[in-house]
Ligand binder design. Structure first.
Ligand SMILES: Nc1ncnc2c1ncn2[C@@H]1O[C@H](COP(=O)(O)OP(=O)(O)OP(=O)(O)O)[C@@H](O)[C@H]1O
Ligand code: SF4
Ligand SMILES: [Mg+2]
Length: 358
């Protein structure tokens, strides 16, 4: 088997707070192969964005910025919160290998240069991810300006237009110099995808690429992403709380709960016959056409929710984090954390009772 494109190993991340550590990523390991689409699924707040930020080395700056904004009304990411740099330096542990290079062992500058031509990130939150005062053309060109500084202006413009055309942005040439406020949500998402493609990456990570869009526009964005995967021959990591989006797009799926991965497997298998009690609950909560298609032929599922709510990440329950909500909890679940183990080829489940519970 060829080595994976990306290998995340024992990655953990926490936000320091005066009331205790907020553990948003807890010992996560996963791989993404060349040209595959890996879907990361989990309820809102389970740590999906944190996992991406930690893997790409942006976790500290992103959270320092948020804290600075919330606590001091400040706008600069460089206005630090009350925790020292030394404390922040210890908030992310583990390793992230991209074709053998450990991204987290690089300096911030080395990593920025490296990521630019290998991995692109489409952040969560449409218009907020675009700078309001620069034209969409200039913003799409920015990765080229940084990573291919000798490129001529005319060539750069044509590359940008190619990417904007590829994501089906209507009248891209005429609107090149317009600012983001003149574009709809769906168009803003297309522009973000174009920005992620312009420097020719091998892995594109898209965080909630369809949330905040209506269903028709969601379908259009998924089609753009599918076309990107085929035409650019890139690997994709799609992060979403929407099981329908993940089912429609992904070859393999990882399910996250309370900062931990609880199940990883082939998409068809996961949607057809989920194993972990949390994954089962999640699947039973989403009625989508895509899921119905994927599970065609299997027993029809009734729509049910998962009782209770995800835990406060400052006080994750001992043992299995899902135990207060799980219908199969027994004593071992209260004290011992279950780790992912392979239950069949390529299918990993973190549950003490996997062999007993159907
Ligand atoms: N600056 C912060 N201070 C305190 N808690 C935070 C901060 N930033 C994030 N969190 C908490 O960390 C947890 C993980 O957040 P994260 O954004 O990674 O989740 P997510 O799975 O991406 O959610 P969503 O689906 O809503 O995007 C959440 O429970 C959130 O409340
Ligand atoms: S380990 Fe126990 S509590 Fe956790 S999912 Fe499995 S049966 Fe439920
Ligand atoms: Mg998120």
């Amino acid at each position: 088997m060829p080595p994976p494109l990306l290998e995340i190993k024992n990655l953990s991340a926490h936000i320091p707070s005066s009331k205790g550590k907020i553990v948003t990523v807890d010992d996560v390991s996963l791989t993404i192969d060349e040209k595959e689409c890996f879907g990361l699924l989990g309820e809102s707040g389970c740590g999906k964005t944190s996992l991406i930020l930690a893997a790409l080395g942006f976790f500290q700056i992103a959270h320092k910025y948020k804290d600075a904004k919330v606590e001091q009304g400040a706008l600069s990411p460089f206005q630090l919160d009350s925790f020292s740099q030394e404390v922040w330096n210890k908030t992310v542990t583990g390793s992230v290998f991209y074709r053998g290079t450990d991204l987290l062992a690089l300096s911030a500058r080395e990593r920025a240069v490296f990521l630019g031509s290998h991995i692109s990130f489409v952040p969560q939150g449409l218009h907020g991810a675009l700078t309001p005062i620069f034209s969409i053309g200039d913003q799409t060109a920015e990765p080229l300006e940084i990573h291919e500084s000798d490129i001529r202006r005319a060539a750069m413009r044509e590359r940008v237009l190619d990417c904007l055309d590829l994501v089906n942005l209507a009248a891209a040439r005429e609107r090149y110099f317009q600012d983001p406020s003149l574009f709809s949500g769906g168009e803003a998402q297309r522009i973000l995808i174009a920005i992620s493609l312009v420097s020719g990456p091998y892995l594109v990570i898209a965080d909630e690429p369809t949330s905040a869009l209506d269903v028709t526009v969601q379908a259009q964005i998924m089609n753009v992403l599918k076309m990107v995967k085929e035409d650019f021959a890139v690997a994709l990591m799609i992060v979403s709380h929407d099981a329908g989006v993940i089912a429609e797009m992904s070859d393999r799926v990882g399910v996250m709960y309370a900062g931990r991965l609880v199940e990883v497997g082939e998409s068809v298998q996961m949607f057809h016959e989920p194993s972990h009690p949390y994954t089962k609950g999640l699947m039973d909560s989403f009625p989508t056409i895509a899921m119905i298609r994927k599970s065609a032929g299997s027993k029809r599922r009734r729509l049910r929710g998962i009782p209770g709510a995800p835990p406060d990440l400052r006080k994750v329950p001992m043992g299995c984090a899902f135990h207060p909500r799980c219908p199969h909890t027994e004593s071992v679940c209260l004290t011992e954390r279950p780790y992912l183990r392979e239950v069949e080829r390529g299918h990993l489940v973190a549950c003490h009772r996997h062999d007993e519970v159907d």
